[in-house]
Design a protein around this ligand. Sequence first.
Ligand SMILES: Cc1cc2nc3c(=O)[nH]c(=O)nc-3n(C[C@H](O)[C@H](O)[C@H](O)COP(=O)(O)OP(=O)(O)OC[C@H]3O[C@@H](n4cnc5c(N)ncnc54)[C@H](O)[C@@H]3O)c2cc1C
Length: 383
Amino acid sequence: MKYISRYINVISLREVAVIGGGFVGSFTSWQLARKGINVTLFEEHDEIGYPPHCTGLVSISGLQRLGIYDLLKRQGAILNKIRSATFMTSSGRRFIAELPEPIAVIVDRPALDRIIASKAIDNGVEVNLRTRVTHVSPSGELRALSGDNGLVKRRYKVIVDAEGPARLLIRGLPGVNMKGLLPAFQQDIRGESNRFLDTSSVLVYFNLPDFFSWIVPIDNSGRKWRIGLASRQYSSKLLAVAKSLTRTFFKNISTIRRFGGIVVSGGPIKKFVWGKIAAVGDAAGQVKPTTGGGVTFGGLSALILSRVIQLHLDFEAPLQYYESIWRKLFRTNFQAMLLIRRIYNMLTHAGIDALARFIPRNILNNFKTDFDFQLEGILSKLR
Ligand SMILES: Cc1cc2nc3c(=O)[nH]c(=O)nc-3n(C[C@H](O)[C@H](O)[C@H](O)COP(=O)(O)OP(=O)(O)OC[C@H]3O[C@@H](n4cnc5c(N)ncnc54)[C@H](O)[C@@H]3O)c2cc1C
């Protein structure tokens, strides 16, 4: 009997497996389930959203375009609103971009993942926690090790890899690289700012050779702050730099928690699709190389992928459409952001300071930006 049920498990073709219950995996699962597709989500940890690794700074327009801003507001996952940014060179020269309206928010990141995973579950997604996927193949076979059920072996019509930046499952497939993955460190503190920081502003500090440090106000109390930094070149000194930043900018400090992560700054990998496997989110490098922000782009990519999977299951449309549509929409933008990152990485601190001297301090006055590249029409059709 045991043999028969295992056999049935192997041969019955299920619809879609999603690996990873981070934001992108959960969001993709939800979007697929809304389209009536049978989805099984695998998450190796025993809780969605943990351990956290993200700062949670996300543009309001990005969340609106994903259709989740009001949902997050209703569920109390918006911790703070941001309407200005200070960019500071290593010698202390500052440029301020101030806006009349808030443009971004600090999202409670574990709550975001949980809220989206709940939406997925409400729409019928089967979530397997404590289940680590150990192998996927382009033929649709998936193997996993489950804390509850032992070894699981199944076949799927599509496997979505949303495992995050480590790319362990797809590492050996053509076009997958590990470029621009930066060790990161964050520290949440209680303390009073003794500098120019305020509760609706983020600081971007160009004090590292291959990325930057940042300080965000977690809420508007003026007492809770998140200090973060990412760097490969300074990877062994992240804690020391964070401590020094904390001492420089705050007084009466107590540490709430410290946590790490991997910032993706190398841009998209060369391919997103291999047979029945499709990668999305950090696994596919769909993260802004300039800032390391991946929530909006991961979500937009999930919208494209879920629509293509629907067309694939209903009409046998090739999964490769996902790759082609993505490149058509985002390639130019990503190439520009990669160029900025490469130029920054080539400059020394002294070089950046020298350049900054030629830039008027008020250059960012009336700064306007659109994170979403006039994609409205196309995206509304994908939702
Ligand atoms: C320090 C730091 C700060 C950041 N700040 C921001 C920010 O302010 N704004 C922003 O937009 N972006 C930010 N990002 C980027 C953002 O966190 C990611 O782009 C986003 O989380 C991508 O989500 P994801 O679902 O692709 O990957 P992840 O959130 O990494 O989720 C992957 C999930 O897959 C699970 N998993 C992995 N392997 C397996 C397996 N084999 N089997 C089962 N489960 C598995 C993991 O447990 C995890 O839950 C930051 C990143 C870092 C590291």
